[in-house]
Design a binder for this molecule. Structure first.
Ligand code: KG4
Ligand code: ZN
Length: 353
């Protein structure tokens, strides 16, 4: 089954052609980062305007790279949420128009589910149940993922933990801005942190009750703000290098310690890491090391598939189309779309047993 994927939920206009949810024939990503850099973050109005300009050439490029045309595909998958409403509407409406004009089935894909599917390309035989940590600029969610089919064809999700304030990527971006570093902050901090001492400053991590699997990053961000106010020199290298390395260490520790709590509580067979922040070298290192110590398999996507892309949307959409979950033509974009809801009895029930 050949599927065209379209992703426009934030500041990437992306299109991809994927065969059977596993083989990427093309994967075109146009990043709007240059447009938003002067503002230090994504400007929604500018994002939707640029998606409008780029959607057609990017989709055409995906077809050209794959050597197929619209008649040759079996379905279309587009992100329908969560994300910026104006941006989502461009991709989803374009997908609907293509689907309608050529009588192709349409799949409306949750962006977060797309991120989870980004690990499926390299690990189609992943072990379930899994704990999936999705860490991006907009989200920090921990899901319990079960598979009814034993693979990626039919997954069921429970939300077991989420951030109570900023998303991890958002904290990276805000701290970078504070230190005069360009947007997006994640990749820059990741690079600079390699030359800093990660034990230079110890951040007290937010106290979250033992039973909760939630995350919090605003305390770490505020601590950076306070330190910089007290000592302007921290904005300059080499002090800045130690600061970003220590900040990164605190974020990675927050992500790992909560994931470890969930591992003890729920006993998954594997851990999946995805989303833009999953590109972080220290995060990957710690997760790879510690999951191995815990005797669990660790899955993460290739760097090109960590940040927003349409191949992951095509993969999640293919699973939907194969299950017959075809979206109606009046399907709408939902900026607050959820993948799963928290279940009060889960994981507490297991905690007690
Ligand atoms: O998944 P993504 O492309 O978009 C959203 O769905 O939000 O994630 C973008 C986020 C940004 O906050 C960016 O700073 C962060 O991912 N990011 C990183 C790295 N690369 C991207 N954060 C830490 N380390 C990185 N290497
Ligand atoms: Zn994303």
């Amino acid at each position: 089954m050949l599927v065209l994927g379209i992703e426009t939920s934030c500041d990437e206009t992306a299109a991809a052609i994927v065969r059977d949810g596993s083989e990427i024939l093309s994967n075109v990503i146009y990043s709007q980062v240059k447009t938003h850099t002067p503002y230090g973050g994504v400007v929604p109005e500018l994002a939707s305007r640029e998606h409008l300009l780029k959607i057609r050439p990017i989709v055409d490029q995906a077809f050209a790279d794959a050597g197929v045309n619209l008649d040759g595909i079996d379905g279309i998958a587009a992100t329908c949420g969560p994300g910026l409403i104006g941006s989502l509407l461009v991709g989803l409406t374009y997908a609907k128009a293509l689907a309608f004009s050529k009588h192709k089935p349409l799949a409306a894909v949750n962006h977060i589910e797309g991120h989870i599917y980004s690990v499926s390309f390299e690990h189609p035989k992943a072990e379930f149940p899994a704990l999936a940590l999705v860490v991006s600029g907009g989200h920090t969610n921990l899901f319990w993922v079960e598979s009814e089919s034993g693979d990626f064809r039919q997954l069921k999700y429970k939300l077991v933990g989420k951030t109570r304030d900023d998303a991890a990527g958002e904290a990276y971006d805000k701290v970078a801005k504070l230190l005069g570093l360009p947007y997006p902050g994640g990749p820059v901090i990741d690079r600079l942190a390699k030359s800093g001492n990660r034990n230079a400053i110890s951040f007290s991590v937010a106290k979250i009750s033992d039973r909760s699997l939630d995350f919090s990053f605003s305390g770490i961000k505020t601590a950076v703000l306070r330190l910089v106010k007290e000592n302007e020199k921290l904005k300059e290298d080499p002090q800045r290098l130690d600061l970003v390395a220590s900040f990164q260490e605190a974020v990675v520790n927050m992500l790992w310690s909560t994931t470890l709590k969930a591992i003890h509580l729920l006993r998954p067979r594997s851990v999946m890491l995805s989303g833009g922040v999953a590109a972080n070298s220290r995060l990957r290192e710690i997760f790879a090391e510690r999951t191995a110590e815990a005797g669990l398999t660790f899955y993460f996507p290739k760097p090109i598939l960590t940040t927003d892309n349409a191949a992951m949307i095509a993969a999640a959409g293919t699973a939907k189309l194969m299950r017959g979950e075809i979206a109606p033509m009046d399907v709408n974009a939902d900026p607050n779309l959820r993948l799963a809801i928290s279940d009060r009895n889960f994981p507490d029930k297991r905690w007690k047993t």
